[in-house]
Design a protein around this ligand. Sequence first.
Ligand SMILES: *Cc1c(COP(=O)(O)O)cnc(C)c1O
Length: 287
Amino acid sequence: MSPTPISKFTLEGREFFVKRDDFVDPYLAGNKFRKLHTLLQTPKDTYHKIISYGGTQSNAMLAISALCKQKEWEFIYYSKPISQTQEDANIGNLFLAKKLGMQHIQVSNEGYRDTINSLGLNLEEKSFIIHQGGAVLEAQDGLNLLASEILEQSPPVKAVATPSGTGTTALYLALNLKEYRVYTVPCVGDSKYLQTQMLSLVKEIPKNLIILEPKKKYHFASLYETFYKMYKKTMEAGIEFDLLYAPSMWECLLEQTNEKILYIHSGGVTGNSSMLQRYAKKSYFIK
Ligand SMILES: *Cc1c(COP(=O)(O)O)cnc(C)c1O
């Protein structure tokens, strides 16, 4: 595949570069595409079933669905119970994933942990488990490829930025882009939790990895007026970013940095329709 392009845009008078990993595919894009690189290269007959679990807004869930559709693999996805409204929605990642053939299994809150922990036991032949958020050991191969594309394209920056869920993307970029500062922000839990996640993958967090701290405590997938405004602002500047991770990263970049930065666009815009629907119900701050 040829490298994804790098575009430029202006936000609050500052020029930013954007690595357009969102252009790869509508469903299988961004860092999830990078993390699934090894599986994408795997011959069809290696597996017949993929199993994963996590939230039903997940971008990884949708990316794995697209991968399985392409490979003609069965895809089973476990989540905690969701509301009837969420189940019946005809927009958003869950709807799209089911359309691609994903089988969704809801597990009670009490039984959830045990179910997930026992997925690996009695695993059928030719079945493979992808842990939450697309966390496969081989994720680094695809992320290393992303880093080498950046080195090759060498945009005129000394820093890159990518918001963190598991922190895998930020970590492997920092390890492979030693000459760059890598800015990230914790979107799931706080920085302490993010550091713990990273330390489960490596012995030491690289010095060039900088975890910025949001001014306010945000809860993942919750609605915030400032997030919506940031989303609007980037839309007006000509680029759509996701509503879960990107707004907090942009807030921190605008408030806490002043250098030229390459932002890694990790896709996720397919989830925006359902988020925007939730925002619309909070119409008091939507003008
Ligand atoms: C999954 C995701 C992230 C977080 O990636 P991690 O490697 O888990 O830190 C960030 N942005 C978007 C749009 C994502 O889909």
